[in-house]
Write a protein that binds this ligand. Structure first.
Ligand SMILES: [Zn+2]
Length: 335
């Protein structure tokens, strides 16, 4: 039995997805469930472990499982695996998710912030694969603005697992109050929630961020102004990140990034004005638009490629990645 696989879990506030992933790079099976938040965190852990055990038993007969990667909404304290005041999992503050899963399952797991795992998947299988970049920063425009940082193929955790939170870079000092306790964070100007809020102050009240995008595409001036602001806010955050890190690739994903054509022109224009490192390294002509291989010494800003599967694939890859680390450690011990 030399074929290997890993299991990845994408634990979201709405959906819980568990997948088996072959080490050769194929998704073997995915189980999709609703996250039963109303029934309490132990019901969610129980559903998660039942799905995990089912995949282990179905695929473990023909392959060996080398790692289990769990993606959780943050903030997440590492390596302990304790969740800290998560905006999308009410009542979970202080919950030791690692311990709850490991004690139910009787197996070791690897746990990581979900946005970091989405960034890892984009680096290995998505925009990073296409561009050849081993380092990138990803921003995810969803209910909030998630973010992950991959440096030389490895997730940058910071010292306690809370690094790479670019969604809370301040773009409007003294601006809108944010769920993190700050004011004027990027999340308040570039998330789907923010798009809805910014439009609601106009004469029409939209049902969703998608509707705001439809109105903008029809030429509604207020809706167009909202996306101008989204682009400008992304640029203010990116200008600081580009100046600070000088990475080859920045990836923008999440549901609201589907409105790319509405906000990207304002974003690129503002970024040119605000970041001297971007001005010095921006690709020109065809290369700027296509997001192919990043030319040497250039900075590419691209749309994400993996869509809503990024977090789940990242969790599977994380399980495999930790497998290789374990193998290295064992080898060192036997020498
Ligand atoms: Zn914030």
């Amino acid at each position: 039995m030399n074929k290997q696989f890993s299991i990845g879990v994408d634990l979201g506030g709405t959906n819980l997805r568990v997948a088996a992933y072959g080490a050769e790079g194929v998704l073997l099976e995915t189980i999709s469930l609703k996250t039963r938040l109303a029934d309490g965190r132990h019901s969610v852990v129980s559903d998660l472990c039942t799905a995990l055990a089912a995949l282990l038993s179905r695929h473990g007969a023909s392959r060996s499982c080398v790692g289990i990667g769990i993606g959780s909404p943050g903030p997440l304290e590492l390596p302990s695996g304790i969740i800290r005041n998560p905006p999308n999992l009410p009542g979970w503050d202080g919950f030791n998710l690692r311990h709850a899963i490991e004690s139910t399952l009787g197996l070791e797991i690897s746990i990581e912030n979900d946005a970091n795992l989405a960034a890892l998947a984009e680096q290995v299988l998505g925009a990073g694969k296409v561009s050849g970049a081993e380092s990138l920063c990803m921003l995810t425009m969803g209910t909030g603005v998630g973010s992950g940082l991959i440096l030389n193929g490895q997730i940058w955790h910071g010292s306690s697992g809370m690094g790479g939170e670019a969604g809370h870079v301040i773009v409007e000092p003294g601006g809108e109050a944010c769920g993190c306790g700050g004011h004027g964070c990027l999340e308040q100007y570039a998330s789907a929630t923010a798009i809805l809020r910014m439009m609601s102050s106009s004469s029409r009240t939209p049902a969703s961020a998608l509707q705001v995008a439809e109105w903008a595409a029809e030429g509604d001036k207020d809706a167009l102004a909202v996306f101008q602001r989204v682009g400008r806010s992304l640029a203010i955050a990116l200008a600081s990140i580009v100046n600070l890190l000088n990475l080859p690739l920045y990836v923008i994903g999440g549901g609201a990034s589907d409105a790319w054509d509405l906000f990207a022109p304002a974003m690129f224009q503002e970024l040119q004005a605000r970041s001297y490192i971007y001005r010095l390294t921006a690709p020109s002509g065809k290369q700027a638009k296509e997001c192919g291989v990043v030319a040497e010494n250039k900075t590419q800003i691209c749309r994400a490629r993996l869509g809503s599967d990024a977090g789940l694939l990242g969790a599977c890859l994380f399980g495999l990645q930790n497998r290789s680390q374990h193998a290295v450690e064992q080898k060192v011990e036997t020498n």
